[in-house]
Design a protein around this ligand. Structure first.
Ligand code: ADP
Ligand code: MG
Ligand code: ZN
Length: 489
């Protein structure tokens, strides 16, 4: 027996959670899937559309070739088999934001099949199967105005190309779902297939979840929660739905196969509608579009355009640069951050130190300011320059922190900042010695303490000297000269 997560009570049996995801990613093409309209986010309502994407009668759609290339790229990067022959189908349903009353999608012959991604949770590596990836079009948007009982329609997103990635029901916890989703997101970012801006709806997930007594072969009845648009919401929805289903079963209830709406503010889901089956959509082959044929030559060309993927980069950082696995995962987990690191590392002899700056000061700044890695306000080569300034003993490590702050504020070259603010290490022995003599005469008590064997007093004097020189005196020289002066007394 085990406690029900999050709720008081004891379970009669142990349960296992089963999760499969359907993920929609907007492709980063400039134009829509069947017309030349822009895919740009925002814009005045209904300014990014035409008779084709709004589905006026008598128009002829033409498939955007880049859509196929991006979808194939995503398929190759997720270990899928690419179909040399696939087709597009009509999925019929009426919805006011889809005036043509059907969505062009792919049904029985999707572009990519049988892929997988490897995830790692608590040190355990697991393969999560990808059933298929198909291309389809996005719908428009409805805004219901309760105050005057009217509904506004914006067709700007209508016809924006999407890929739908469907996984096998291979995940069994929110941690696994998070790991899979983040891995997939990074891959889509690295391949530039999607900008993955979740706040703009470019990437969203449907969570299919069921529970079953541990050891039982058959799956339980699943529910589906649609359009979750943050990792946090996905994780919370998985945890809460697992708990809800287990509670229902424990009270001898039955799980209804249905679509549920996740309310992230309340942390609860609500029943929306019974689940529709494929036959409800009356799929049929799209008569206005020819089948998609991907031959070997095209496939090779697309394959060769795939850059180094995050997993490979991570391994390279560890073997080539000796960066710990945690740091390597974190840096490669974001393409802009990883690119920033690479650019800084390329200019530097001290790659490990560059990664330490990224893991420490840069990450802290990003967290404090809420900025994204793509917004780092200085150039990567300026970070390498900062590290060289320390290596070459032009500035101390402590002063470097000040310079870093100023780089973040102004984006200026660290060498210029050091010059302008006069932050160079002082190695001039005469200058340092005169400060030492001054500090010694101002602190007779400490000098006496030191002479009577209290060696700690030396540290205090060093501190005073560093304060007088605003941290710029070179520490070794300070120690050496102070010792000399004290010995003279
Ligand atoms: P649709 O939702 O369009 O009907 P499918 O039936 O192919 O599509 O299933 C969609 C998703 O549901 C897949 O990700 C699959 O892994 C997942 N899934 C199917 N059965 C279950 C189950 N019993 N429990 C959890 N997830 C499931
Ligand atoms: Mg579904
Ligand atoms: Zn259009």
């Amino acid at each position: 027996m085990r406690a029900i997560p999050g709720k008081a009570g004891w379970l009669t049996v142990e349960y296992e959670v089963v999760i499969g995801l359907e993920i929609h990613a907007e492709l980063a093409t400039r134009s829509k899937i069947y017309c030349g309209c822009t895919t740009e986010f925002g814009g005045e309502p209904n300014t990014h559309c035409c008779p084709i994407c709004t589905g006026m009668p008598g128009v002829l759609p033409v498939l955007n070739k880049t859509v196929v290339e991006y979808a194939v790229k995503a398929g190759l990067a997720t270990n899928c088999t690419i179909s040399s022959f696939s087709k597009q189908d009509r999925k019929n349903y009426f919805y006011p934001d889809l005036p043509k009353a059907f969505q062009t999608s792919q049904y029985d012959l999707p572009l990519c099949v049988n892929g997988y991604l490897e995830i790692e949770v608590d040190g355990k590596v697991k393969k999560v199967g990808i059933t298929r990836i198909h291309i389809e079009e996005d719908a428009g948007k409805l805004i219901h105005d309760e105050s005057d009982k009217s509904t506004f329609i914006d067709y700007n997103r209508c016809g924006v190309p999407l890929i739908e990635i469907v996984t096998e029901p291979d995940m069994c916890s929110s941690a696994e779902v998070k790991a899979f989703f983040e891995e997939l997101k990074t891959i889509l970012e690295y391949t530039s297939v999607s900008d993955c801006k979740m706040q703009e709806g470019s990437l969203r997930a449907d969570v299919n979840l069921s529970v079953r007594p541990k050891g039982k072969k058959e799956f339980g009845t699943r529910t589906e929660m649609k359009n979750l648009n943050s990792v946090r919401a996905i994780v919370r929805a998985v945890d809460e739905e697992s708990r809800r289903q287990i509670t229902v079963l424990e009270q001898n209830g039955v799980i209804v196969q249905e679509t549920r709406r996740w309310d992230d503010e309340e942390g609860k889901s609500y029943s929306m509608r019974g689940k529709e089956e494929a036959h409800d959509y009356r799929y049929f082959p799209e008569p206005d579009l020819t089948p998609i044929v991907v031959d070997e030559a095209w496939l090779d060309k697309i394959r060769s355009s795939i850059p180094e993927l995050p997993g490979d980069r991570k391994k390279r950082y560890m073997t080539e640069y000796g960066i710990p696995v945690y740091d390597a995962s974190l840096i490669t987990g974001s393409k802009p951050l990883s690119d920033f690191f690479e650019a800084a590392a390329n200019e530097s002899k001290n790659v490990k130190v560059i990664s330490n700056w990224i893991m420490g000061d840069v990450m802290k700044k990003l967290n404090d300011t809420g900025l994204e890695p793509s917004d780092i306000p200085f150039k990567p080569e300026n970070l390498s320059k900062l590290v060289s300034l320390i290596d070459e003993n032009v500035i101390s490590g402590k002063i470097a922190k000040q310079v870093f702050e100023l780089m973040w504020e102004t984006g200026e070259d660290p060498a210029d900042i050091v010059e302008k603010k006069g932050l160079k290490v002082v190695t001039d022995t005469d200058a340092i010695r005169s400060v030492i003599i001054q500090v010694i005469s101002a602190n007779p008590k400490s000098v006496e303490d030191y002479k009577s064997g209290k060696t700690k007093a030396m540290g205090f004097l060093v501190g005073q000297i560093m304060r007088e020189t605003k941290g710029k005196a070179e520490p070794q020289t300070v120690n050496r000269l102070l010792q000399e002066e004290l010995d003279k007394l």
